[in-house]
Design a protein around this ligand. Structure first.
Ligand code: KIV
Length: 264
């Protein structure tokens, strides 16, 4: 039986939550079989799948396309889908409709959107429509052009206070969980102690309710750059390059295919 939003929320204070991104059937099956609690169809796919320099170009149709594939690969984990840039920022009515499209067309369990107090009406309206919303504070990559860099957020007291206040606002608006990206350990701890919903950290230290990492980062499939918070649990790109090299060599030397891989 797949994990529900209430089951996910009830993990706070009892069991650390493990979350990972996935963008297609195969990666979703791997994550689900490994036993993660939740899978995020992140708009990070704009970088690791599409090769863009930010998440901004990802469209609603594209995220729906990927989320459908992920849904097909998941039996147990909660599946959350990112609302792409400009699918919720301009107008809350449009935001509800777009969140509805994600739920209707993908069969996933919840949506995620970035931002604080300025999105409380939007969050509240999506939740009122029956759609669970995960929040996202700290470094919010859809605002990269305002920030100017992917540096950690909330280092100064004023910004740290704002992030704590925003966590309270979006909790009040109805989010069931909050992603905290690239914030100091102490700030993440404070937010986690302040809110009743689970916090999921990425570059937020250990004192949060759970962790999320990008699939391609943690498996060493993507090596264009490596943020400080990424731990590589495998080096699959290196292995894949070696495997393709061997294949190419065997094709050229007529070592592949042998009779084992040929029909009589
Ligand atoms: O798009 C994404 O993968 C995310 C995570 C970094 C939390 O939002």
């Amino acid at each position: 039986m797949a994990k529900s939003v209430p089951e996910f929320v009830s993990m706070k204070g009892k069991d650390k939550i493990s979350m990972i991104t996935a963008y297609d059937y195969t990666s979703a099956r791997i994550a689900d079989e490994a036993g993660v609690d939740a899978i995020l169809v992140g708009d990070s796919l704009g970088m690791v799948m599409q090769g863009n320099s930010s998440t901004l170009p990802v469209t609603l149709d594209e995220i729906i396309y990927h989320a459908k594939m992920v849904r097909n690969g998941v039996k147990n984990a909660l599946v959350v889908v990112d609302m792409p840039f400009m699918s919720y920022q301009a107008d809350y009515v449009e935001a509800v409709k777009n969140a509805g499209r994600i739920m209707k067309e993908t069969g996933c369990d919840a949506v995620k959107l970035e931002g604080g107090v300025e999105f409380t009406i939007t969050i509240n309206n999506i939740v009122t429509a029956g759609i669970p919303v995960m929040g996202h504070l700290g470094l919010t990559p859809q605002s990269i052009n305002i920030f100017g860099s992917y540096k950690a957020r909330g280092r100064d007291e004023k910004e740290a206070k704002k992030i704590i206040e925003n966590a309270k606002y979006i909790q009040e608006a109805g989010v069931f969980s909050i992603v905290l990206e690239s914030v100091t350990k102490s700030l993440a701890k404070k937010v986690t102690e302040t809110v009743e919903v689970p916090t999921i950290g990425i570059g937020a230290g250990v004192d949060v309710d759970g962790q999320v990492l990008v699939y391609h980062d943690m498996l060493g499939l993507f090596d264009d750059f490596k943020p400080k918070f990424v731990k590589r649990y495998a080096h699959l790109k290196k292995e894949a390059v070696e495997a393709v090299k061997t294949y190419t060599q065997e094709v050229k030397e007529k070592k592949f295919p042998t009779d084992e891989h040929s029909y009589e």
